[in-house]
Design a binder for this molecule. Structure first.
Ligand SMILES: Cc1cc2nc3c(=O)[nH]c(=O)nc-3n(C[C@H](O)[C@H](O)[C@H](O)COP(=O)(O)OP(=O)(O)OC[C@H]3O[C@@H](n4cnc5c(N)ncnc54)[C@H](O)[C@@H]3O)c2cc1C
Ligand code: FES
Length: 275
């Protein structure tokens, strides 16, 4: 099989999340299986190709499967997607690639989900999976923050997240804002408020690297084991399948060995700026 072959995906709807971020719901023909935390290479005809997390559990609907991708416009390709891709557009998708979150290993344990900004995208399918398999996990804490409330994703789902039995959703905004009734400060500061059995808990963490570093420091201070902290890393990618070396991270390739890593496996690289 040619690893670079695309499937054609029809964009069925576009949901505006924040001033610079949309969720694109696409339809692929046939069965499409992906684990929470995996990503696709998204190709926009004539524009280029980028890695993007799959931000929903795949939903089989008769002859096709529906999945979401949530994309923040930050550069050439993502901005062009923001401006030019709409319902009815066809995009290319190849994947799923990478290692997902260790949801099987986490069974029977408390779960702490920590996300910053667009970092909630690869964790949204985790939350959907927990909702569908609630009995498999202990207490669930979801900590989510952004620079400002307007940059938080999936606001229309928070009520649902909060109503998952034996779980808590804690929101934060770095800066105060009118009408904001949640925490003001960094999302990583919320770690001290969670009710969790650190001896039997697993943490899934995704966000900007500075935020993840601060989160890891606070988690270790609170007594979480290094091997129970999982982080999703981002690097530039080209092939997405471990052939070109663009995404090298120490002796790992993020596309093939990650993007989800146990912190204990990557500790020596995690603190090196710009690696
Ligand atoms: C596994 C994985 C999953 C991802 N999931 C998502 C997602 O769900 N939603 C989303 O919005 N984005 C996601 N990204 C990031 C996304 O791939 C980049 O934003 C995109 O490639 C930028 O392309 P561009 O042409 O628009 O920007 P460019 O013009 O190429 O770059 C704009 C700026 O972003 C920086 N940058 C670009 N790509 C990366 C990268 N991979 N790592 C660090 N800095 C980068 C550049 O250095 C530059 O400063 C993911 C990346 C990876 C590796
Ligand atoms: S992107 Fe080519 S090796 Fe990872």
């Amino acid at each position: 099989m040619n690893p670079f072959e695309f499937k054609k995906a029809l964009v069925v709807s576009v949901t505006c999340e924040t001033p610079d971020t949309n969720t694109y719901t696409v339809k692929l023909s046939g069965e499409y299986i992906a684990k929470p935390g995996q990503f696709n290479m998204i190709y926009v005809y004539g524009l280029g190709e980028i890695p993007v997390s799959i931000s929903s559990l795949p939903l089989r609907r008769g002859a096709y499967t529906q999945i979401d991708h949530t994309i923040r416009a930050i550069g050439a390709v993502t901005r062009a997607i923001f401006l030019r891709v709409g319902a009815g557009s066809i995009i290319g998708v190849r994947g799923p690639y990478g290692v997902g979150w260790p949801l099987i290993e986490a069974e029977g344990k408390d779960l702490v989900i920590i996300a910053g900004g667009v970092g909630l995208a690869p964790l949204r399918p985790v939350i959907q999976y927990i909702e569908a398999n609630r009995e498999k996990y202990g207490r669930v804490n979801i900590l989510y923050g952004a620079k400002k409330p307007e940059f938080l994703l999936y606001k229309y789902e928070y009520e649902k997240y909060s109503s998952i039995p034996n779980s808590k959703l804690l929101l934060s905004s770095d800066t105060p804002s009118e009408g904001w009734r949640h925490y003001v400060g960094f999302v990583t500061e919320l770690i001290k408020y969670i009710d969790v059995n650190v001896e039997n808990a697993v943490v899934f963490l995704c966000g900007p690297e500075a935020m993840m570093r601060s989160a890891v420091k606070n988690l270790i201070t609170r007594g979480f084991g290094k091997s129970n902290i999982y982080v999703s890393m981002e690097r530039r990618m080209r092939c997405g399948v471990g052939l070109c070396g663009t995404c090298q991270f120490g002796h790992f390739f993020v596309c093939k060995d990650g993007p989800v890593f146990s912190y204990s496996d990557i500790e020596e690289y995690f603190w090196v700026e710009g690696l």
